[in-house]
Write a protein that binds this ligand. Structure first.
Ligand code: MIC
Ligand code: SF4
Length: 645
């Protein structure tokens, strides 16, 4: 049977299930990655499993999200992560080395492999033909233990690219264009497979930009074929031996095809406060800009920053505008340095930040009150920048650099001729020596895990009771992000390894009374609209509510990773059979569920004391339901281990 690229990689890693969209499959995972903000919790869960060494081919622990080290909490986390890596056979990447996805692409991602990472932008590695997916920390911990990664078999969309980019249009504009077509929930349950003559013209860093922002479409993964571009990239990264050619069979079938003529793509912008609120950049000509930020895992490659430097060369940024630049890795910095391009950045008046996520997750670099910030990042959710009334627009690096010079958005028609597309050298300088490679099993035995007072082991969660009497704690609309549920930023992110402390921030930007209300009742329900939990993979957005007694989320639909996180921690995600019932739900209403009537894939009735019965759907597999009934996946894993003993 003819297979597409996604199906080929899945077939080669299939441990159980069949290639039927929507059916549960279990995959063998070759590689895992974690970052610090999700990693501490993932490794606490890993340690709870009691194993001696990771069972994956390669596992990497990156420190890139919170590198500010304000107070002891954050450096304690880093020390803990370093000791865990040494103890269990994991590669460690210290703060300042770079952003996990950029580093992984440069150093470890391989065509035809499977990768899961406790970060929603893990699909960036799809730029080299790797099937890479974002997951909750517990799923990553289980993959490190050699367990299959289970997910619904995705549908596969074919994104056929024809012709080539023209003028100032770049890779970011392709993905913004696609976001305009599909919206932030258009990719849910799907892998986006890129192909066609246009795809062949895109370099791996450009492909990585596109694959990265597939996360904003809600896609499970995005993937490009492994071809000559991949071969050149891997050779430049000093890894020619990692190349294998990989494409879809010519007559492979797809759920559907979307065709994009690259010749017609123009510079685009996503407007506040959603990545799919896109428009051609020219339509915003004249908009004054207070701040420009270039970087993040979407646009921090050598190619992005060289384009930036060439635009800024011999010019100065506007006196009213700040320009912040965060390179994706030290390799990017070294490449720029070799060509003297760092001088161009510095002489223009730009601020050079550390090679880290930085302003993208609100770690400094917040815009001023009511300020307009133009960013090359992937998310512009309200408040994520750290300034609640900040207005964040997403663009590519060329548009960002031009706005920094002019102090306002300008029409690309006025920019003159674009610089030549940067090409990576045949051999780029390696930074591989900066990673701490796994200790031998013998050396590892002697490593002590170093905790700190802010690192609190995960609490035990109780099983689902037979009868659930719970109060609606909050009633929300569509597209609620995990940033709404549990914000980023320096203060909150420093508490990622301390569940009781971080739980005080649940919904604090949406409804500051939420936590107090939750604490007053024994069990709570969150009611939401479509695509609940889109965005980040942070499992704290499930753990925090669970700590506060939330046992159920009743929504019109869910984002994939967040739904998996809810299940992993024993929160029941139910969907409205009739979406119009959403309006009958009010905060403070009490609801009752006979949990014994729950049956995988079936509808059931719930009583709302105030507005009568409603029908809800238990859109779960039998295994997922078993996890929830046990009070969470760790309970099941521990029970299984006890049985084995
Ligand atoms: C994000 O971009 O929102 C993050 C911060 O990288 C998250 C992970 C986290 O919350 O730690 C993600 O995308 O998964
Ligand atoms: Fe880091 Fe931002 Fe990328 Fe998340 S989206 S991994 S915070 S750079």
């Amino acid at each position: 049977m003819a297979l597409n690229l996604t199906q080929k990689i899945i077939r080669d890693h299939l441990l159980h299930g069949e290639l039927q969209p929507g059916r549960e499959i279990g995959l063998r995972i070759d590689q895992t990655l974690t970052q610090d903000a999700t990693g501490t919790m993932a490794y606490l869960q890993w340690m709870a499993m009691g194993l001696d060494r990771v069972r994956t081919g390669l596992s990497v622990s990156y420190v890139d999200h919170n590198t500010l080290q304000m107070g002891f909490q954050n450096p304690d986390d880093h020390r803990f992560l370093r000791s865990v890596a040494a103890r269990y056979g994991i590669i460690f990447s210290a703060p300042g080395t770079g952003i996990c996805h950029q580093l992984h692409l440069e150093n470890f991602a391989r065509p035809g492999k499977t990768l899961i990472g406790s970060d929603s932008h893990t699909p960036t590695a799809g730029g080299v033909g790797c099937l890479a997916m974002g997951a909750g920390g517990l799923s990553v911990a289980l993959a490190m233990a050699g367990e299959p990664y289970t997910l619904p078999m995705p549908k596969v969309f074919r994104i056929f690219l024809k012709n080539r980019l023209q003028g100032w249009a770049g890779a970011k504009d392709i993905i913004l264009h696609l976001l305009g077509l599909l919206t932030v929930k258009g990719g849910v349950g799907a892998v986006l497979e890129y192909c066609g003559p246009g795809a062949a013209t895109l370099t791996v860093p450009e492909r990585a930009t596109i694959a990265n922002m597939g996360a904003e479409l809600g896609a499970t993964a995005s993937i490009f074929p492994s071809d000559d571009q991949t071969r050149q990239f891997l050779a430049s990264m000093g890894r020619p031996g990692d190349f294998i050619a990989l494409t879809a069979d010519p007559d492979a079938s797809y759920e559907h095809t979307i065709e994009i003529d690259l010749g017609l793509v123009e510079p685009m912008v996503a407007q506040p406060h959603m990545p799919d609120l896109v428009a051609p950049l020219r339509q915003l000509d004249g908009l004054p800009v207070d701040q420009v930020a270039i970087g993040s895992c979407t646009n921090s490659s050598y190619s992005d920053l060289k384009t930036t430097a060439l635009i800024l060369q011999n010019r100065h940024i506007a006196p009213t505008t700040d320009l912040l630049i965060s390179p994706g890795s030290k390799q990017v910095l070294k490449l720029l340095n070799r060509e003297n391009l760092i001088n161009d950045l510095l002489d223009s008046g730009a601020r050079l930040l550390e090679c880290a996520c930085g302003p993208c997750i609100g770690m400094g670099g917040s815009p001023p009150s009511c300020g307009v910030s133009l960013r090359t990042f992937n998310r512009n959710f309200e408040g994520r920048s750290g300034t609640q009334d900040g207005r964040v627009y997403l663009v590519g690096p060329a548009a960002a650099a031009q706005a920094a010079l002019a102090g306002r958005i300008t029409d690309p028609a006025a920019w003159g001729d674009p610089p030549r597309k940067p090409v990576l050298p045949d051999i780029a300088p390696s930074i591989r020596h900066l990673f701490t490679m796994p200790f031998s099993p013998k050396q590892a035995q002697d490593v002590e895990i170093l905790f700190g007072p802010n690192i609190v082991p995960l609490e035990d969660f109780t099983p689902l009771p037979d009868r659930l009497d719970a109060e609606i704690l909050i009633t929300l609309g569509d597209n609620i992000t995990t940033d709404h549920i549990l914000p980023g930023g320096a203060t909150v992110t420093a508490l990622r390894s301390n569940l009781p402390a971080i739980s005080d921030f649940v919904f604090n930007r949406v409804d500051p009374e939420f936590v107090a209300r939750a604490r007053k009742v024994a069990a709570g329900i969150i009611v939401a609209g479509e695509n609940y939990g889109q965005g980040s993979s942070r499992e704290h957005a499930a753990l925090g509510p669970r700590h506060l007694g939330v046992r159920m989320v009743l929504a019109k639909s869910f984002a994939r990773i967040h739904k998996a996180n809810l299940i992993n921690f024993g929160i029941l995600p139910l969907v409205f059979v009739d979406p119009d019932d959403h309006v009958r739900m009010t905060t403070g209403h009490r609801m009752h569920l006979d949990a014994r009537t729950l049956s995988a894939g079936h509808d059931l009735r719930m009583q709302n004391e105030h507005s009568g019965d409603i029908r809800v759907r238990c859109d779960l597999t039998a295994k997922e339901l078993e996890i929830i009934q046990a009070g969470g996946l760790l309970n099941l894993v521990k029970a299984r281990q006890t049985e084995k003993c």
